[in-house]
Design a binder for this molecule. Sequence first.
Ligand code: ADP
Length: 378
Amino acid sequence: MAAEFLESETEITTKNSLSRTKLPDVWQVRTKNGDVLLLYTTQKLKDNIQYLRYPEGIHLRRNGFYVEAKPSNESWRQKPFMELSAGQALPDWSLGLFFYKGDCDPFAAAEKQQRTIYLWTSILGIAAMGILVGMVGRYQIRQMRLTRLKNDFVATVTHELKTPLASMRLLTDTLLEGRYRDETQVRDYLELIGKENHRLSRLIDNFLTFSRMERNKRIFDFRKVHPADIVNAAIESVHEKVSAEGFELKINLEPNLPEIVADRDGLVTVLINLFDNAFKYSESEKWIGVHVYADKAMVCFEVTDRGLGMSRREMKNIFERFYQVDQRLSRKVGGCGLGLSIVKFIVDAHGGEIDVTSERMLGSRFGVKIPVLLENHS
Ligand code: ADP
């Protein structure tokens, strides 16, 4: 290469900076003390600079960058992030700044990170808005349901009170106008009036209990009471109806029942409501069974009938306020969908449990379990 250089009539440089020769791809530079002239091919120079890219022992970091050099008139293999001239020592050379690994451009990475942050912020914002909308929606639905419940309540109360009142007025008018055959008919009418009156009282009792329940005002009076006492009081209140409607009542009180701590009137209401339903939802087979027994630390009251019964699906909501499986049937027999919700409320207040088994056209069994000792009652 030295011989070719000498023949090329290139002017020998005196500078210790790199300059072109007339040979293609050959460069010359004088050493610092000027004694030696060094000739380099472009490739050799590149290789030396390339060596700087990976100096021994220096580990290039993932997001690092490196510098490449090339003669100014050559073009880059790929576009550098930044380009500048190599300076006095390498005139006619350019330096390019490249990111180590093209796909790990730190700016692109930062942009990606920023985009991820925006994306998550938007997702979280949308999710928060969704939750808020859901909560507002639920509140609105609850309000609507409450309004409907109130309207239902007013409609039911009006209807339920009007029916017995109208029939009592009709019967008393008939009696007052003397439109009866004999003493027996007078007695029949009076009995009917008595029945309607009884039904009205039960309805009003239930409405009052319900309204106190709504205002959390039902005050229970917990005292020691014998289960037989509760059953007898409930039976006394319905015995007229039992005989008038031709029901058979089978009572089975197990011996040695323990006393329980309970609100006597509350539990009497529970049993009366269960009896009432057994009356209302029985057709041909008029039979009601009452079984009271002790089970561990509980006393169980079971009321069974052989009436219309319910399917599994129909049983699901019967303890909800105003729920009726068949509204037309309940209206006909005189129900307003409050009886079982009151039963559940009272049983809950005693820390007890209620369960039901029923089969369509075979009958139902309602079981109420009351703990012998009431825990934490106030
Ligand atoms: P209602 O005043 O309508 O009787 P309840 O809360 O007492 O209201 O009962 C809710 C629903 O459960 C009733 O409408 C009825 O369909 C059903 N139900 C309750 N007791 C019985 C039963 N012994 N046999 C069949 N269905 C019953």
